[in-house]
Design a binder for this molecule. Structure first.
Ligand SMILES: Nc1ncnc2c1ncn2[C@@H]1O[C@H](COP(=O)(O)OP(=O)(O)O)[C@@H](O)[C@H]1O
Ligand SMILES: [Mg+2]
Length: 226
């Protein structure tokens, strides 16, 4: 299994008695694309932080690609994330003064294939595939349109060939046209590269792109007020 959570309990630091996530079992198979929805504040980002090892559970098993994140130390989790997981955020988190090519290049320094030079062609091919024309490759990220910035963010997330891609409301700041464009490019790249995708959003209209749709409230049950 790509993701296998068992009896996982999450609390925030300093609040040991307040259950934040309470997951009996949640399994995602290889190359599944799962849409997880729920209203703002329902702990979608917290779930993603757990999957990527940025947050460790109070107890329970977090198995990603058959490795136990909950048994790793922070260094091992950071390494694991760099090697296997791609992340696309709501705010694309591009460094404003780097251009499109450099933004993607930066990610290659952290990945398992960390080499130089040769990657340039790969980066350019990927940007091309994402409909970012060569005229725009050397413009600073901050001068690209929002839609282009979000597509550069996909390129950055995919350049290290992650097995698991995590997307945290990546379409929230896009208008309808950019949203449709972003989703179709994302879904075709995910299919083409056999990537497992966990995509969270409050926007239920996006569920039409997925064949598996889970409500966060069905993944995590909360006692009391949560
Ligand atoms: N480290 C933390 N300590 C305390 N509260 C937190 C922490 N991280 C997030 N929260 C709170 O938990 C709630 C849910 O968080 P989040 O996972 O971001 O929800 P969502 O992504 O569904 O909007 C928010 O109210 C947020 O303020
Ligand atoms: Mg969130």
């Amino acid at each position: 299994m790509t993701i296998n959570l068992k009896d996982v309990h999450v609390v925030y630091p300093g609040m040991p008695n307040k259950p934040i996530l309470n997951i009996q079992s949640w399994v995602v198979g290889p190359q599944e694309q799962v849409f997880v929805h729920g209203p703002s504040g329902c702990r979608k980002s917290t779930l993603l932080n757990l999957l990527s090892g940025m947050l460790v559970p109070k107890n329970g098993e977090v198995s990603i690609l058959n490795d136990r994140l909950d048994q790793m130390d922070q260094r091992q989790r950071d390494r694991f994330r760099a090697n296997h997981i791609g992340y696309v955020f709501q705010q694309f988190n591009l460094i404003p003064y780097l251009n499109a090519v450099e933004s993607v290049q930066l990610a290659t320094h952290f990945g398992k294939h960390a080499t130089s030079g040769v990657r340039q062609n790969e980066i350019e091919a990927l940007l091309e595939k994402l409909n970012i024309s060569s005229d725009d490759w050397h413009k600073q990220a901050s001068t690209l349109s929002i839609g282009q910035q979000q597509r550069v963010a996909i390129a950055r997330a995919l350049i290290n060939k992650p097995t698991l891609l995590i997307a945290d409301e990546p379409t929230s700041s896009l208008d309808q046209d950019n949203r449709d464009n972003f989703m179709s490019v994302l879904m075709s790249l995910v299919a083409e590269n056999n990537i497992t995708l966990v995509f969270v959003s409050h926007d239920l209209s996006l569920s039409r792109y997925f064949n598996r749709v889970d409500a966060l409230s069905d993944i995590s049950s909360l006692d009391g007020d949560g």
